[in-house]
Design a binder for this molecule. Structure first.
Ligand SMILES: [Zn+2]
Length: 307
């Protein structure tokens, strides 16, 4: 069995919290150019934070499920989004990877290429990001909205939101309350500047969103094999906590991030990250492969939780 480096994970989450809030505080007194410079650093720091959120979502952050959850909530608070929303929607992603609700990089004959292209470039340019925190707040305040045809008629939302029952909505509400109190407390305690916060989060939104599909675009339409391993520089790989090995992750979802770069798990030829990312900007393509069957029953994340 592969061991989880839980002390390292905890150190990283706490260190990122200190650095992230420290950067926001430090930049609040500085000019626009320095805000942008420090905001770019902040956006890369939060990529590592995102990788740690992902570890918690897979119950690979810490063997204690309580600590796994609590640190998941702490790391998602600076995304910011609800940990429960992230965990459940990420579970859906692993069950239904490359199925129609997740097929943003292709369009079917008869589908509006314009609408799908707007979605696609929305992801690439970062416009998708604000909908994540916003979606979390809507889930906490007015969850019934997701039961209206506005959402139930859209295949992506229909699949993403089907696991949200009363218990999950309750957890989302507690997490959103925590995030609000934490944010208000830190904002006034550190005397943060709203412009700095907006610049930092604008840059983070772009940096995060533009990568969301890089390891899945143009990959074969298989649930576990519909992902691509990407070649990156060593510092880039460390920032992502080896998240560039996305095919390895989808094939061996029980592996903690510390194992993803281990060659014994590499079963495909890695592509250049930059070349793959550049190819995304050429736009969506006409689909040629059939839809894979989603994994409906296998709840891999919960299985892992009960180990
Ligand atoms: Zn995952």
């Amino acid at each position: 069995m592969v061991s989880i480096k839980s002390s390292l994970n905890i150190t990283l989450v706490l260190g990122i919290q200190v650095l992230a809030w420290g950067l926001l505080w430090f930049a609040s007194e500085l000019n626009l150019a320095l805000n942008i410079f420090l905001g770019i650093i902040f956006s890369f720091l939060l990529l590592t934070n995102y990788a740690l959120m992902h570890e918690s979502a897979h119950h690979l952050f810490h063997p204690s499920q309580k600590l796994n959850y609590l640190f998941g909530v702490l790391s998602t608070s600076i995304f910011p989004m609800s940990f429960t929303v992230f965990e459940l929607t990420h579970r859906v992603h692993h069950r239904g990877n490359r199925t129609d609700p997740e097929l943003f990089d292709y369009f079917y004959p008869g589908e509006s290429r314009i609408v799908k292209s707007i979605q696609w470039y929305g992801i690439l340019t970062g416009l998708y990001y604000p909908f994540v925190p916003l979606g979390t707040i809507i889930m906490a305040l007015v969850p019934w909205i997701y039961q209206t045809p506005l959402f139930t008629k859209r295949r992506t939302f229909k699949v993403l939101l089907k696991d949200f029952k009363n218990r999950e909505v309750f957890l989302v509400r507690i997490e959103v309350l925590f995030i609000l109190l934490y944010w208000i407390g830190m904002y006034y305690l550190l005397g943060l500047n709203l412009t700095t916060v907006l610049i930092f989060y604008g840059l983070w939104g772009i940096n995060w969103s533009t990568r969301q599909f890089v390891a899945h675009a143009w990959s074969p339409r298989y649930i576990a094999d519909g992902a691509i391993d990407l070649k990156v520089s060593k510092p880039h790989g460390w920032l992502l906590l080896h998240g560039n090995w996305e095919h390895v992750h989808h094939k061996f979802t029980h592996l903690p991030w510390t194992e993803l770069s281990n060659r014994k798990y590499h079963t495909s030829v890695a592509r250049s990250y930059l070349k793959q990312w550049m190819s995304l900007w050429k736009g969506i393509r006409l689909v040629t492969e059939p839809e894979p069957t989603p994994i409906m029953k296998v709840n891999e994340l919960s299985q892992r939780a009960s180990r």
